[in-house]
Structures are given as C-alpha cells and as structure tokens.
Ligand binder design. Structure first.
Ligand code: SOE
Length: 378
C-alpha cells in the first residue's frame, strides 16, 4: 500500500504550475512507493490561493507560510517563491522537520546557500533543488555517454541561454510576474536565473569549475518599479558572458542574455572531446547530436539521435519509441527520481549542497564582472 507524500506548496507562479503538474502526473507514469497528495497551497491572498487550488486540485489553502509549516498533515514543502524568500522559508521548514523541494537558484548568494545547507543537514531532512534540465532524456543520455568514456578527454564545454523578453524599456520591474527584473527579489539577473541552469548542467556533465572571467551588462538602466510606482535604477545583469577553467583542464564558455531578439528560451550546449563531440538544444530537446571520430571514416559525420527509444533514459515510462515528450516531463522525472531515492533512503541530486556549487560559480562570475579580473570559485 502506497504511503502518502503530502505536499504543501508556497508560491503559485509559473513554477508552481510546472511542479503541481509534475506531482499530479508522476504516479500515473512511474512506479512509486508513495501516493503524492496535494494538501495545501499557500499564497498571500486567499482568493489567489483558492483559484490555484481549484485549478490544480489542492485540498486546502493557507495565506501564511508559517501556518503551513505548523501543519502535521504536510510532509514536504515546495518553495516556489522569489529568490529573496528562499532562505527564510527553508530555515523554518528545516526547523519544522519538513522535506524541502526548493526552486532554483538555491539562494540569493553563497552565504545564504551555505546557511540553508547547514540547516537541512542539521535537521537530517531530504532536500532537492529544481534544476530540471538534467532530466531532459537527451541531457541525461549525454551524461551516460560521457561517463562511459565515449568522448574521452574533454577539451571544451560551451553553453548559451538566450531570451529576448526584456528588450522593451517600457517593461516595468518588480511585483508578481516581473520580480526577476528586481535585484532585491532576484539577487541577480540572467546569471542566477539562466546561467545557473547552464552551470548546474555543466558541473554535472563535466565536473567542477576552478576560476572564471566574466562580463555583465545592464542595457536598460532604469525601469518603473511596480511596487513603488517610481522609476528606479535596474540592479540586475541583463546579459552575462564568462569563460572558465574546469578541474579536468577543459575550457568553458558561457553566454546568457534577455536581449537576443528572436530567441525565447534557447538553451544550447556543446561538448568537444578527444574521441567525440555532443550538441544539445532546448528548442529541439528530444535530439542529441553526436559526432564520433571512432566511426568508419567514409561514413563519419554528425548524427542526430532521436532520444525516444525505450532504452533511452526515462523513455520506457512514456509512449512508444519515436513519440516525443517535452519540457513539463523534466519536472515529472525529477519528482519520480526524488521519490524513488527517498524510498531507498538515498539523496537526490541536485541536493542543496550540489546547488550550492552552482551558487558559488554564480557569485564568482558576478564578482569577476565587477572587478574585471579572473576570480577563483570559492
Ligand atoms: C525565465 O524566463 C525562466 O522562466 C527561468 O526562470 C526558468 O528557470 C527557465 O527554465 C526558463 O526561463
């Protein structure tokens, strides 16, 4: 008989939907020891919370996250609020003994993240951060190929995350949908929001980063602030580019911007090794491109693998070979992995501690951009 796994979610924006959808679907597609139950949703206003609860099937609503943490019918807390609230909620949730699933990035900075790690480790509670792109089957498959030695020694790691939604100077900053533009709520701009994804994947696929050299730019210097009604300076980085050294002696090149007209969420990565290269692109997420130098010379060339076979990661859980899945499924995979690991008493990656490594690279990137110097990762 499946044990209940009772979720209390704090926050209800875009990520609240992505996570709720995953909780609802995971039991249909994966064999779990747990019955996932959507117990409570917490938002600042009862009306918003109720509307979300009605849409996604939450049993109850709260308007004060502290009350949610006091409830003994909640096993796990999902933190889906802006970054500046992660730490306070996570520390209180750890004190309350709740399992914590936290939206990325872990924290506003490394110091906050370290406190959060210590809190969950002290409390001995299971924890995870939602870096979902690790669970795209093609990316997970890339990890398998790298770990099996298919690429040999790695020379280069390149990643981009390009968007174009903040180009208009008329776009305000702050408030519900636009907190990502407000440095007080987000901590940083594209570095913590988008490059953090690229860094998480890179650390997973290619190991640690030792030092970075970065530049950032804020193209629109002032925007109307939704919370104050005044035009205020913009404190986030609109674009960030950095190069780095990995511990395995490979070179890294990363770029992210919200000013690449025509690109909506173009996360791409390419890895060049001694024997083979890999390429992946979020706009075509079910494909992994591979060039294998060990192929016979007359037929050697880039091949595009449609990562939809039963033998590919996660794909035996979905449809039949050749039929694709997408963005939302990465969250389903992450919950499934978490619950299977939790049942077996194992940690799931990325844990808070793993996500802290990404945070350290983000901090080094922002500090290097400011000092215009090569900067060691803490
Ligand atoms: C920003 O637009 C954003 O929604 C990020 O916050 C997400 O983490 C990323 O996956 C897609 O883009």
């Amino acid at each position: 008989m499946a044990k209940p796994f009772r979720i209390g979610m704090i926050g209800y924006g875009f990520m609240g939907k992505a996570h709720s959808n995953a909780y609802r679907r995971v039991g249909n597609f994966f064999d779990l020891d747990f019955d996932v139950q959507l117990k409570a949703i917490c938002a600042r206003t009862a009306e918003n919370a109720q509307e979300f609860a009605d849409t996604w099937g939450y049993e109850s609503v709260e308007t004060d996250w502290r009350k949610l943490l006091e409830r003994d019918d909640i096993d796990a807390v999902d933190i889906c609020v802006p970054n500046n609230l992660h730490k306070e909620i996570a520390l209180a949730a750890a004190d309350a003994g709740k399992i914590i699933l936290c939206e990325k990035p872990l924290a506003m900075n490394t110091a906050e993240g370290e406190e959060m790690c210590q809190a969950v480790e002290r409390a001995g509670i299971a924890n995870m951060v939602w870096y979902n792109y690790r669970r795209v089957p093609a990316v997970t498959f890339a990890k398998k190929l790298i770990d099996a030695g298919k690429l040999g020694k790695i020379f280069h790691y390149r990643a981009n995350f390009l968007q174009d939604w903040t180009i208009s100077e008329e776009l305000p900053q702050g408030g519900n949908a636009l907190w990502r533009l407000d440095v007080a709520a987000a901590g940083s701009g594209v570095t913590g929001d988008l490059l953090a994804h690229c860094i998480d994947t890179a650390l997973w696929l290619n190991g640690g980063i030792t030092d970075v050299n970065a530049m950032t730019e804020t193209f629109v210097k002032e925007r109307m602030h939704n919370l104050t009604g005044k035009v205020e300076p913009v404190g986030i980085d609109d674009a960030c580019t950095f190069m780095c050294h990995f511990k395995n002696a490979s070179l890294g090149l990363f770029e992210s911007t919200r000013y690449a007209r025509g690109h909506k969420a173009l996360y791409t990565l390419e890895i060049n090794g001694e024997h083979a290269s890999l390429k992946w692109d979020l706009h075509d997420l079910h494909r992994l491109d591979l060039f294998d130098h060990q192929d016979d010379g007359t037929v050697r060339g880039w091949r595009s693998i449609h990562v939809t076979d039963g033998e590919h990661p996660y794909m035996d859980r979905w449809w039949v070979p050749g039929l694709q899945i997408g963005y939302e499924h990465t969250f389903v995979h992450q919950v499934a992995d978490f619950l299977q690991d939790y049942a077996a008493g194992n940690p799931t990656t990325p844990s808070f501690r793993d996500a802290l490594e990404t945070q350290k690279v983000c901090d080094a990137v922002l500090s290097s951009a400011q000092s215009r110097q090569w900067t060691d990762v803490q």
